[in-house]
Ligand binder design. Structure first.
Ligand code: ASP
Ligand code: MG
Length: 413
């Protein structure tokens, strides 16, 4: 008998009717004779509601208590689904993180999974029961509750699939797969049948909301195939898997954008060894990730201007840390800008094609979009632009790389 892990997101369990619908899908698989582990998110909006509650009470909520609070949403949804399955004659058991020892590190609100006890789950399968596991939550070695970061139940599901050696991890959501771009802003966006882990990793970390980035890292590391599907229709789906020769033909596979970015600029920083080290270690000590960095030497050769980007959530904190350091560093000014966004093109085929960046810059300039920062990796190019140009930028890039057609035709025009 095969093992399948299915994960249903918040919109799939948003109300009791939707939970019944999920129960039917799970029952169907169970009756086909498979061992099914289901991972659930909290009902749509619940995690946000809990986070808001905490912020109403406290300016900087204690992180350990925050995790105790925000992990409760998943406890509700797993209990309801297991109840429903039992009513339908499908023996099912809800499980919280501590019951299957989903061990994590201690970084509250963004913990990493270290291990899961597969034995408990295998016993449940042996008893022909469905395991309904609360996503998003974990437990430290001191038995404190942790959570895995927003969207973390994707990672719970993939980690479970890895330890159970499941045939597949199916992620059910409100879209029917991964698209060449956000269909809400680009009507020509096309669903991809297949995408490689590396491309998906870039797409997820660059703003495509379908999968949590960490879940893709996990899947790649343990070679777990992920199938992204809609809970509400049977067709479609995108398989996230190892790269194959067909995927390499696609020069650009997708275009993503991220409005959740902000820029901090230091003007006239003394140009001497140790400055960057001081600034960026201070940020990393506070767990703030910096994305793009640029530095220009000023004309006098004595000082430099430096800009970097962080997420909007970290912006205020980063700005105050930099302001504090600058009391001794002595840069002329520290500026913040939250009206920026990042637009990126991703594709495995970029590795073997020249001129992709030039084509991207030309497309953006053809509609008058100014590029403020650029960063590249083997399979992606990102540009920071004014936030108000994002929709326009996505559409012009989608057209220019002809993503509406499978296979594209880069370089043939
Ligand atoms: N409920 C959590 C969130 O909203 C985890 C998840 O849905 O994946 O972020
Ligand atoms: Mg999600």
């Amino acid at each position: 008998m095969g093992i399948v892990v299915q994960k249903y997101g918040g919109t799939s369990v948003a109300n009791l009717d939707k939970i019944k619908n999920v129960a039917q899908k799970v029952a169907h698989r169970y009756r086909q004779g498979e061992n099914v582990a289901v991972v659930l998110s909290a009902m749509a909006g619940e995690t946000d509601r809990l986070i808001n509650l905490a912020h109403e009470l406290s300016h900087t909520p204690h992180l350990r208590e925050m995790d105790v609070l925000i992990s409760t949403g998943e406890q509700v949804s797993v209990a309801l689904l297991a109840m429903m399955l039992n009513d339908m004659g499908v023996p099912a058991r809800s499980l919280l993180a501590h019951q299957i020892a989903i061990k994590t590190d201690t970084s509250h609100t963004k913990a990493r999974i270290l291990d899961i006890d597969a034995d408990v789950l295998n016993k449940i399968f042996a008893a022909h029961e469905v395991a309904v596991v609360a996503g998003f939550q974990g437990i430290t070695k001191d038995r404190d509750i942790t959570t895995l970061g927003r969207g973390g139940s994707d990672t719970s599901a993939v980690a479970l699939a890895a330890v159970l050696k499941a045939d597949i991890c199916e992620i059910y959501t409100d879209v029917d797969g991964v698209y060449t771009s956000d269909p809400n802003i680009c009507i020509k966006a096309r669903r991809l049948d297949k995408i490689s882990y590396d491309e998906m990793l870039e797409m997820a970390s660059l703003g495509a909301k379908v999968l949590q980035t960490r879940s893709v890292e996990f899947a790649k590391k343990h070679n777990v195939p992920i199938l992204v599907k809609s809970t509400f229709t049977d067709d479609g789906g995108t398989l996230v898997t190892m790269e194959d020769s067909e995927m390499e033909k696609e020069v650009v596979s997708g275009i993503t954008y991220d409005k959740n970015e902000a820029k901090i600029t230091l003007l006239g920083v003394p140009d001497k060894p140790g400055v960057a080290a001081t600034l960026f270690s201070a940020l990393s000590n506070k767990n703030i990730n910096v994305d793009m960095i640029i530095q220009n030497i000023s004309t006098d050769g004595m000082s430099a201007d430096m800009s970097f980007t962080v997420t909007m959530t970290d912006f205020e904190k980063a700005l105050s840390i930099i302001g504090e350091i600058n009391k001794t560093l002595g840069a002329r000014d520290v500026l913040g800008d939250t009206s920026i966004a990042k637009i990126s093109i991703v594709g495995a085929g970029m590795r073997s094609h020249a001129g992709v960046a030039a084509k991207m810059f030309e497309a953006l300039s053809s509609v008058g979009i100014n590029i403020m920062m650029i960063s590249t990796s083997e399979i992606k190019i990102s540009c920071v632009v004014d936030e108000k140009f994002i929709e326009l930028g996505v559409r012009v890039l989608h057209d220019s790389f002809e993503l509406e057609k499978p296979g594209g035709n880069f370089g043939e025009n």
